[in-house]
Ligand binder design. Structure first.
Ligand SMILES: [Zn+2]
Length: 170
């Protein structure tokens, strides 16, 4: 049994259907992008792989906010600039697009109706080939941090909760 580093983060829904592992290094990178973007929103994509039985999504990489994305105080629109080469490189390592992250500066991490509609559109995007994308939002006022994470499926979303584990067999 491989022991996970204690500081990776694990999330699961109440019905134990979806399980997400977020590598600590990815989380720290995302927090860094949030910090340098403040007080404007920012975001990027999540890359990784699935366990053999598809129950677990492993978030292994993130992109920096793509150039030409639109960053405002209460709005972010991710551009697809540069993503093709990121996807091609990931593919060589058996990794794929898993979903999106973005930042709500000085606000709740809860998704807006626009966020929800965008994710439903991403789930149907032929280029992304990801029918059940993950949405990760970082919110929180000042230096406090709030995380929202969910999986979009069948035109709706399922919220995942942070859980404490020290290892997990895939
Ligand atoms: Zn949002």
């Amino acid at each position: 049994m491989k022991k996970e580093k204690m500081d990776n983060m694990f999330f699961q829904d109440n019905n134990q259907r979806f399980y997400v592992k977020l590598e600590k290094s990815v989380y720290e990178k995302i927090l860094h992008y949030c910090l340098i973007s403040y007080p404007k929103e920012t975001g990027g994509i999540l890359i990784g792989n699935y366990s053999q039985n598809l129950s677990t999504a492993n978030i292994i990489q993130t992109s920096e906010p793509p150039q030409k994305s639109i960053h405002k105080r209460n709005f972010f629109k991710r551009s697809s600039n540069g993503l093709k080469s990121i996807f091609d490189d990931a593919w060589k390592n058996g990794q794929y697009y898993l979903g999106e992250w973005h930042y709500h500066p000085d606000a709740s991490a809860k998704p807006s109706s626009l966020d929800i509609n965008q994710m439903i559109a991403f789930s149907k995007d032929e280029n992304l080939k990801c029918p059940e994308p993950i949405l990760l939002i970082i919110g929180g006022v000042g230096i406090s941090r709030e995380i929202f994470i969910s999986v979009f499926t069948e035109n709706s979303y399922i919220v995942l909760n942070h859980i404490e584990v020290d290892y997990k067999d895939n």
